[in-house]
Every structure is written in structure tokens, then in C-alpha cells.
Design a protein around this ligand. Structure first.
Ligand code: TPP
Ligand code: MG
Length: 887
């Protein structure tokens, strides 16, 4: 592009054209100039002229100096406040690492974004005060010391807490990063895993719109703000959903990308320009882009740059080189930046080297930042991204400012501390420097009064998390009676049963409105198209077309007040919606209840980190892994057949994972989940795997509910057990039916088997581990017996445990089964075939269960070894087939 413009064959003619435009601009104003240019472009295109394309604007501020609003704050006081916060944030990290080397922490991220944050704190961020939705703010995780340091000035955190930064247990101190799980009254959104907060903020903004469009909450005037690192934009989650924000006109979303040009190891785009790259991406995606590149001391230089040489020079220098200027002398900058052209040297002739070194970047200039924020909140029709150029480690001087190692800098020597103190005017004496004490002026100081007054004006402190929703009246189990009864001959799949249950809930007067069904383009697979017509698919725009299937009953109905979030093919986006809905009890004071249905393979495995983030955020709701099971999904093959999500789910501390077999089990689990999460207020969420195999649903056996909730209950006791060898068969999901069939095969061979439904091994294990730990710590006191052990206490026979998941799932409780547990499972890669063939291949069918049972009994001398050989032959088990675990 630059080369294109520079090869000017007739400069005089070019000037004449530009002068004509200037004349129009002066006499008739910008709109007329814009109109004329538009017409010219249209005309040129019609004539087949290939227009020079760029999605970029010049490398200068989007808002020119003469269009900046008047700054409403007191610059002097704000600078002093900012300096104090800078000092305390730095001191927090330096002190922590001086006392306990290796605790870690970051100085330089906050040093680069202090002005970006503080301008928001003083003039924009609105708290969730009574009656107002307030703003939802995602703070850059590595800048947490700055947020703590501010809370210290606000009187919300004590010096003792700051002193114990990163010593949460031993010091009663502060979490490393924004973690609502660890600081539930302080942090609202977890942000530190790169890329997650950007996508979460988009869906939060969209969810805020959804609440408004459905008449559930008035979110007018509230904004979602996300502060993002420039390096963080390389994460696919950061940029992957930005078109949703523009498509849905989310002008309630503001991103501030802290373009300090560096990430952890070095420059983000040493050979390019991250700001220009991002500008093109966001403009292309339909965002309002505001660049804040230069501070006000560049304004007079730009005003004198009549030939555009300075702008051109600004545009051609690479980020790597800008970083070099940051660490170089004024003389170097004069020679290398301005020295390329005599006119540029002339521009800065009157500026000393010292002044050249100090020419500010836009992200450190409150007036420029304010102008951008003001424009962002006033902008309508699309989301805004502010690309603010800053310096990583700003103020650290030789200790790290702009240096490649600055991200890791945690210690300052005396000289560096003195320089920092002097630069920011902190009233700390030389002799105290090495101690690096925190500093807070008295309550009646100008600084504290100003800062407190600003927060009062904006509704209170942020960040701050408060659970405001009132508990739901629980639904009795009888409410679910339809699901507790037998379906007779009629067959159903557990997926269908859960969708039907969801529909029932959505029709309920009390909680129906609060249900938020979420699906990433799989509604038809799961039978959720039944919801389209009655409840509608949410679209802010409504439906501006006649749907192709308008003649059928379940047509694709989009509506502004639609209830279903049909996210398209984005499990990550759907999970972000789940989190927004599942944390609304705190962020909005509303008990929305998300049900997110996905292909079970593409849940924990695909978007595990977002699920982890949801746990940190104390999210609630129901995750539903549909079309589950390595053998039950049958035809789909290796990348679809899930045999591991139950293992992965067991790794998240607040997930209750269940693998139900029948509709009544689902009803009991959902009823209990609603009670625990929305009545008792537990910060947990549920995971259910449901399947597409059709079979009749039996009635709930009397008294089964407790066992279903805890994870295990007997479903079919052995008949005529007198004098026979005994065994227990555990089954889960559809494989429970294989266990029931195996019970018959074993009866035919003189073995009496009791069949149990295991709805959750992970819940059984949690209970068992808790008992074990208690016993360890309370020697001599009456021992606690794990539920699974207790259930088997009077029936001390071995257990064969089979499911459509890996053997690691039942193995979770093996230690707590006194007579031993032998697992059958679906380890290995799936492949396409029929259910029967797959269950045989993975050795989880009735025959495999029966053979395994006989073998375990033979090993214990309860049946002859021959019985195993005969069964292998009679039941057609291929003893020489490949091991599916490695095939
Ligand atoms: C998913 C993930 N990967 C890696 C990291 C480790 N990490 C922490 S900060 C950082 C660099 C951040 O650079 P940038 O986003 O530019 O932020 P800055 O500190 O420069 O403002 C990295 C790689 C992380 N936190 N999350
Ligand atoms: Mg960076």
C-alpha cells in the first residue's frame, strides 16, 4: 500500500485533487466530502477500476486532537492516585518475592495498563448498584496487583492482605489472579487463561441483550468491558467469535486491547504492527475501531506535518523497532526515527533528547483514553474495540520498561526502587526503600476523597461480586411423576426423555421463563426442534424472512423474545453462553437455569478450559452430553464416539457427573440438581450423558431416589440365589441393559447375579475419599464407611462393572469394593459399526459381562475354570481378537 501511494507520476495533479477535496471539506463539511468520495468510488468501480484496498487507516489516533471532548476529571489528583496504585502494585509483587522467592506475580502488565484501567474506574465503570444492571468487567488477569492496590486505597483490602499476595492459605492473602472461586465477594469473572475472557465477554454482552429482549432484566445502559493483552489475541478463542458481536449489533460491548507490543517472550509482531493487523481484522468484522496510539505531545508535531511525512514514518516503523526506541536514548530516537528525512528532523529541532525520550504513547495519556472510552460508550450499532498503544513495564526504567524480559520481572534493587519512587513522586524515605512499604494517604486526603467520590458517583466499587438472586422454591419429585412411570412397550431414548423434561420445565409457571436452552447446531439431532415453534430461537433482529419450512409445524422460528440460544457450530460460544446464564444469579441477581446440549465428544474434550473457567466463576446449570457412549452412538466412528467425557468430567471439582440409564433416573438427578443449585445455592453444575438408543423406560423402583442421587442402587436382585455362586453386576447408561441380559446368561449357568445401576462413579468416589480422609484424620473414632462399601457390606461378592466409558470410570471406586471390582469399558478408538458389533468388539456386551463374571468367580474357586471356557465358546466370544484398547 505504502509503495503504491509513493509512486506518484504527477504530484502537482495529485495536489490539485487533494486541494479540491479540502475546499469541499472547508466550505461544506465532512458529510459532503464523504458523500463525494463515496460517489467517486462507486463510479470508479462501475468503470472497472481495481481500487486500492485497505482495511487500515493511518497509524495515528482515530480521534484527532480537535475532536477530543473536554476532560471531566482532575488530571493532577488522578495522576497522584495512579502513581500510588502503581507503587503499591509493584511493592506487592516485590515484597512477596523478596520474602518467598518463587511466589511469582507480575509488575509489568499493570504498569502498561494503569491508565487504561484508571480512566475506567474514575469515569466509566458502573457498579451493580440497586436498580441498575451496571457493567460487567473482565480485567486482564496478569494485572491483578493493580486491582488489589486500588482496592487497598479504597479501604476494601488491608495492608496485611496485600502483604500476603499469593499466599492464600498460609497468609490469609490474595489470589494470584481473578478467581471468583477463591475470592467470591471480590472477583466477578475469571480471566487469566488467555483467550477465555474475550469470548466470555462477547456472550455476556449478548446474554445481557437476551435478558432485556425477553423482558427478564433491564440491562439498558450497561456495558461489558474486556481488557485484553495484545499477545492474547493470538488465541483462537479471542478472535473466533467477534463476528457474533457485530452481527448482533452488540454496542454494549467494549474491548480494550492493551497493545504494549510484547507478550511473554518478546514482541507480539516484531516484524509487523499488531495494532494495524487488529484494526483490519476488526474493521473487516464490522466493529467500531478506535486507535489510541499517540499521546498529546505528538499533537503539535502532527499539526505541523503538512506533507504527511511523520504519519508515513509512523506507519512504516515495525513494532520490534518501536520497542527498541522505548529502551533507547533520545539521541537514538532522533537519529533513527526522525533522522530518515530532513523535514522530520526539522520538526523536532526544538525538542531536547530528554523530551524525545518521553514522547508519550496514547495508552498512557488519560485524555486520549477518555476520548476513546467516551466515543465507545456513545457509539451505537456495533461493538467497539479500542487499540491502545502502551509500554510494557511502563515506569520500571532499566528494571524492565519495554524490555523482552519485563513480563517476568519480580524484583527491583535499591536504585531501581529509587527511580520508580522519584518518577511517580511517592512519599517514601530513602531508608525505607528496601522495605518497599505500601503507602496509603489518610482518609481525608484529597486523593482518597476524590477516588471514593468518583466510585460513589458510579454506584460503588468494582470489581465486586454479590449473590443477589433469591432461592427458588424447589420442585417436589412428584412434579416429575410422568418420568417416574413405566412407558410400557413404548420405546424412548434418554436424550428424548431429557428434552421432554426440559419442555415440561419450560412450561412451568414458576421456573419456565428462567430456563435457557442452549445448543450448537444439533437441535434436530437431539429432538430439540420441538422447542422452536413454541419457545422460539433467540435473535435480536427477530425473523426478517419467511422460513423455508414455514409450512411445517416445527418451523425454524426466530424471534426477538425467543428463549432458545441456537449458537451455530461453536461449542466454545455455547459454553460462554452457558457461563453467562449460569452466573446470572450473581451478575444480575437472576436465577437463569441453562441447559446446554452438545455432542458429548465435543464437550469436556473440546472446550474443557471453558468448563474449568465456569467452575471458577461458580457457574450453575446442566451440561448435557448427548449422543453419548463409544458403542451406543454406533455408526459415527472415531471422532464422534465418546468413551472418555465421564473421566474428564470427574476432574472438575464442582461438576456432578451422571451416566443415567432410564428416564426416572434423569428426573431424580435434575430435581436434585435444581434444589442444590437454585434452592440451596450450591456453586456447582451438572453433567449428564444421554444416549440415542431406544428402549422401554421402566418405572422407578420404590426407594431408589437416594441411590440415584448418590450414584448406586440395586435395580434387579438375583432370583433363586440359594446355594449358588454370587456376583454383582454394575451397569450404567444403556450398558445397564447388557448387565441385565448377562444376569440371565449367568442364571442359565448356575450363577446368581444382583444387578445395580451406577448413575455416578465420580459421586461414589467423592464420598469414599471424603470418608477415607476423615478416618485418617480422626484415628480411634468410629470409622465412616463409604456409601458404595456400605451398600455391599452384607453381600461380599465380587463386582463386574460395565459402562460405555473407559475402564478408568468404574476403577474410581475399585478400592472401596471389599471383594474386588473388575471393570469392563470402551478404552481405545471408536469406529463405525452397529451397536451389537461394537459392544462385542469393546467387550461390554452381555456375553462379555457373563464371561468376566465367571472368570472372577473361577479365580476365587466359586466355579470351575471350565465354566469360563465353555461360556467363551457358547457365547461366541472371540478370545483371539485384537485388544480394542490399542486397535
Ligand atoms: C492459555 C494460556 N496460555 C499461556 C499462558 C501464559 N501466559 C501468561 S501471560 C502471557 C503473555 C501475555 O501477553 P499479553 O497478552 O500481550 O499481555 P501483557 O502482559 O503483555 O499485557 C502468557 C503466555 C496463559 N496465561 N494462558
Ligand atoms: Mg502484551
Amino acid at each position: 500500500m505504502d509503495a503504491f501511494y509513493r509512486s506518484d507520476s504527477d504530484p502537482a495533479d495529485t495536489s490539485a485533487w487533494i486541494e479540491s477535496l479540502d475546499t469541499v471539506l472547508q466550505s461544506e463539511g465532512a458529510p459532503r466530502a464523504r458523500y463525494l468520495l463515496g460517489r467517486l468510488i462507486e463510479h470508479a468501480l462501475a468503470r472497472g477500476i481495481a481500487l486500492p484496498f485497505t482495511a487500515n487507516t493511518p497509524y495515528i489516533n482515530t480521534i484527532p486532537a480537535d475532536q477530543q471532548p473536554v476532560y471531566p476529571g482532575d488530571r493532577q489528583i488522578e495522576r497522584r492516585i495512579r502513581s500510588l496504585i502503581r507503587w503499591n502494585a509493584m511493592a506487592m509483587v516485590v515484597r512477596a518475592n523478596r520474602l518467598y522467592s518463587g511466589l511469582g506475580g507480575h509488575i509489568s502488565t499493570y504498569a502498561s495498563c494503569a491508565t487504561l484501567f484508571e480512566t475506567g474506574f474514575h469515569h466509566f465503570f458502573r457498579a451493580h448498584s440497586d436498580g441498575a444492571a451496571g457493567d460487567h468487567i473482565y480485567f486482564q488477569g496478569h494485572a491483578s496487583p493493580g486491582i488489589y492496590a486500588r482496592a487497598y486505597l479504597e479501604g476494601r483490602l488491608s495492608a496485611a492482605q496485600l502483604h500476603a499476595f499469593r499466599r492464600e492459605r498460609s497468609g490469609g492473602g490474595l489470589a494470584s489472579y481473578p478467581h471468583p472461586w477463591l475470592m467470591p465477594e471480590f472477583w466477578e469473572f475469571p480471566t487469566v487463561s488467555m483467550g477465555l475472557s474475550p469470548i466470555a465477554s462477547i456472550y455476556q454482552a449478548r446474554f445481557n441483550r437476551y435478558l432485556r429482549d425477553r423482558g427478564i432484566a433491564n440491562t439498558e445502559g450497561s456495558h461489558a468491558w474486556a481488557f485484553i493483552g495484545d499477545g492474547e489475541t493470538d488465541e483462537p478463542e479471542t478472535l473466533g467469535a467477534i463476528t457474533l458481536a457485530s452481527r448482533e449489533n452488540l454496542d454494549n460491548l467494549i474491548w480494550v486491547i492493551n497493545c504494549n507490543l510484547q507478550r511473554l517472550d518478546g514482541p507480539v509482531r516484531g516484524n509487523g504492527k499488531i495494532i494495524q493487523e487488529l484494526e483490519a481484522v476488526f474493521r473487516g468484522a464490522g466493529w467500531n475501531v478506535i486507535k489510541v496510539i499517540w499521546g498529546d505531545d505528538w499533537d503539535p508535531l502532527l499539526a505541523k506535518d503538512t506533507h504527511g511525512l511523520l504519519v508515513q514514518r509512523m506507519g512504516e516503523v515495525t513494532d520490534g523497532q518501536y520497542q527498541k526506541y522505548t529502551v533507547s536514548s533520545g539521541e537514538y530516537i532522533r537519529q533513527h526515527f526522525f533522522g530518515t528525512h530532513p523535514e522530520l528532523l526539522e520538526l523536532v529541532r526544538d525538542l531536547t533528547d530528554a523530551k524525545l525520550r518521553k514522547l508519550k504513547r496514547g495508552g498512557h495519556d488519560p485524555e486520549k483514553v477518555y476520548a476513546a472510552y467516551r466515543a465507545a460508550v456513545e457509539h451505537s450499532g456495533s461493538p467497539t474495540v479500542i487499540l491502545a498503544k502502551t509500554i510494557k513495564g511502563y515506569g520500571l526504567g532499566e528494571a524492565g520498561e519495554g524490555r523482552n524480559v519485563t513480563h517476568q520481572q519480580k524484583k527491583l534493587n535499591e536504585k531501581e526502587l529509587r527511580e520508580f519512587r522519584d518518577r511517580f513522586g511517592i512519599p517514601i524515605a530513602d531508608r525505607e526503600l528496601l522495605e518497599t512499604p505500601f503507602y496509603r494517604p489518610p482518609d481525608d486526603s484529597e486523593e482518597i476523597e476524590y477516588l471514593m467520590d468518583r466510585r460513589r458517583q458510579l454506584g460503588g466499587f468494582v470489581p465486586s461480586r454479590r449473590v443477589r438472586a433469591t432461592p427458588l422454591v424447589p420442585l417436589a419429585l412428584e412434579w416429575f411423576s410422568e418420568f417416574l412411570e413405566s412407558t410400557g412397550e413404548r420405546e424412548a431414548a434418554t436424550t428424548m426423555a431429557l428434552v421432554r423434561l426440559l419442555q415440561r420445565l419450560m412450561n412451568d409457571k414458576q421456573i419456565g421463563r428462567l430456563i435457557v436452552p442452549i445448543v450448537p447446531d444439533e437441535a434436530r439431532t437431539f429432538g430439540m426442534d420441538a422447542l422452536f415453534r413454541k419457545f422460539g430461537i433467540y435473535s435480536h433482529l427477530g425473523q426478517r424472512y419467511e422460513p423455508a419450512d414455514s409450512d411445517v409445524v416445527l418451523f425454524y422460528r426466530e424471534a426477538t423474545d425467543g428463549q432458545l440460544l441456537e449458537e451455530g457450530i461453536t461449542e466454545a460460544g455455547a459454553m460462554a453462553s452457558f457461563m453467562a446464564a449460569g452466573t446470572a444469579y450473581a451478575t444480575h441477581g437472576i436465577n437463569t437455569i441453562p441447559f446446554y446440549f452438545f455432542y458429548s465428544m465435543f464437550g469436556f474434550q473440546r472446550i474443557g478450559d471453558l468448563i474449568w473457567q465456569n467452575a471458577d466463576a461458580r457457574g450453575r446449570g446442566f451440561l448435557v452430553g448427548a449422543t453419548a457412549g463409544r458403542t451406543t452412538l454406533a455408526g459415527e466412528g472415531l471422532q464422534h464416539q465418546d468413551g472418555q467425557s465421564q473421566v474428564l468430567a470427574s476432574t472438575v471439582p464442582t461438576v456432578h457427573a451422571y451416566d443415567p440409564a432410564f428416564a426416572y433416573e434423569i428426573a431424580v438427578i435434575v430435581q436434585d440438581g435444581l434444589r442444590r443449585m437454585y434452592t440451596e445455592g450450591e456453586a456447582c453444575f451438572y453433567y449428564l450423558t444421554v444416549y440415542n438408543e431406544m428402549y422401554p423406560m421402566p418405572a422407578m423402583p420404590a426407594g431408589a431416589a437416594e441411590g440415584i442421587r448418590r450414584g448406586l442402587y440395586k435395580i434387579a436382585p438375583a432370583a433363586d440365589a440359594e446355594g449358588k455362586a454370587r456376583i454383582h453386576l454394575f451397569g450404567s447408561g444403556p450398558i445397564l441393559r447388557e448387565a441385565l441380559a448377562a444376569q440371565k446368561l449367568l442364571a442359565e449357568r448356575g450363577v446368581a447375579a444382583d444387578v445395580w445401576s451406577v448413575t455416578s462413579y465420580s459421586e461414589l468416589r467423592r464420598d469414599a475419599l471424603a470418608c477415607e480422609r476423615w478416618n485418617l484424620l480422626h484415628p480411634g473414632e468410629p470409622e465412616r464407611v463409604p456409601y458404595v462399601t456400605r451398600m455391599l457390606a452384607d453381600e461380599p461378592w465380587p463386582v463386574i462393572a460395565a459402562s460405555d466409558y473407559m475402564k478408568a470410570v468404574p476403577d474410581q471406586v475399585a478400592r472401596f469394593v471389599p471383594a474386588g471390582l473388575y471393570p469392563l469399558g470402551t478404552d481405545g478408538f471408536g469406529r463405525s459399526d452397529t451397536r451389537e458389533a461394537l459392544r462385542r468388539f469393546f467387550e461390554v456386551d452381555a456375553a462379555a459381562i457373563a464371561v468376566a463374571a465367571l472368570h472372577q468367580l473361577a479365580r476365587r474357586g466359586a466355579v470351575p475354570l471350565d465354566a469360563v471356557r465353555t461360556a467363551i465358546d457358547e457365547l461366541g466370544v472371540d478370545a483371539e481378537q485384537v485388544d480394542p484398547a490399542t486397535a
